[in-house]
Every structure is written in structure tokens, then in C-alpha cells.
Ligand binder design. Structure first.
Ligand code: ZN
Length: 135
């Protein structure tokens, strides 16, 4: 498995428009558009900065994974770190061979057409790690 770079930092927010007032208007990052990922019940905004991106995640349903995270964490915050890998299928096999517990045994589609898989936080010292392959 080749880990190429920190692809993005996933941040759970209660309200995307309000969050953008900080990330975009105050910090000066540029939002490159928003996208709804139905499968994960989220509305996503990507804000590139240097060689990586900030990913803001707002839940589209009250019982989605991001809504639950926000509830558990008293209003949201950093939810996951995503690392770009060269080959997602191979990365999953590698993780399994290393005895890591995967949330996703198969790649699924994420925002921006990426193929992604999450490592279980129990295997990654309480940090939710996303592996992401994109063009
Ligand atoms: Zn992500």
C-alpha cells in the first residue's frame, strides 16, 4: 500500500452555511462547491488548502452517521482524516493482512467520485481514518 498524502480533513458541522462563514469568509479558503452523497446521508463542501483539503460535512438526516457524531461530540468537530492511496482494493487487502479492522471491506463511492474505505477507530488509535483513491 502506498500512502500518498493527507487527502483531506473531515469536519462535522451542524450547518454548512454557518460553518462556511468561518472557513471561507474568515479563514479565506475557497469552497469548490457542494455535493450530496446520498449513501452517507451528507452534504459535503470541499475547501482546498495547499496540497490538501478541508471537507465540511453536514448531515442530511437526523439519524445519519454525521448527525450521530455531532450528538455524541456536543456540536461536531474533526470527524476523520483521509489519506490518499494509490490503489484502494490493494490497501484494503493490506490492512486486512495487518490484522486491522475495516469498517468497509469493499470500496464505496465518496464525494468527488473517490473510492473510499474506512478503517475502524479501534484499529487506528481512536482516529477514524479514511483511505481514498482518486484520479
Ligand atoms: Zn472524507
Amino acid at each position: 500500500m502506498k500512502t500518498i498524502k493527507l487527502d483531506h480533513i473531515g469536519i462535522a458541522v451542524e450547518n454548512l452555511d454557518e460553518a462556511l462563514e468561518f472557513w471561507q469568509d474568515v479563514l479565506g479558503l475557497e469552497c469548490q462547491g457542494t455535493e450530496v452523497v446520498e449513501e452517507q446521508a451528507v452534504k459535503v463542501a470541499f475547501l482546498p488548502v495547499g496540497d490538501t483539503e478541508v471537507e465540511l460535512l453536514e448531515s442530511t438526516t437526523p439519524d445519519g452517521p454525521i448527525a450521530k457524531f455531532i450528538e455524541r461530540n456536543g456540536g461536531g468537530g474533526i470527524q476523520h482524516l483521509a489519506f490518499r492511496v494509490d490503489d484502494i482494493e490493494q490497501a484494503i487487502e493490506y490492512m486486512n493482512a495487518k490484522g486491522m479492522r475495516m469498517i468497509d471491506g469493499q470500496p464505496r463511492y465518496g464525494a468527488g467520485g473517490a473510492k473510499i474505505a474506512f478503517v475502524h477507530p479501534k484499529s487506528s488509535h481512536r482516529v477514524l481514518v479514511e483511505l481514498s483513491e482518486r484520479e
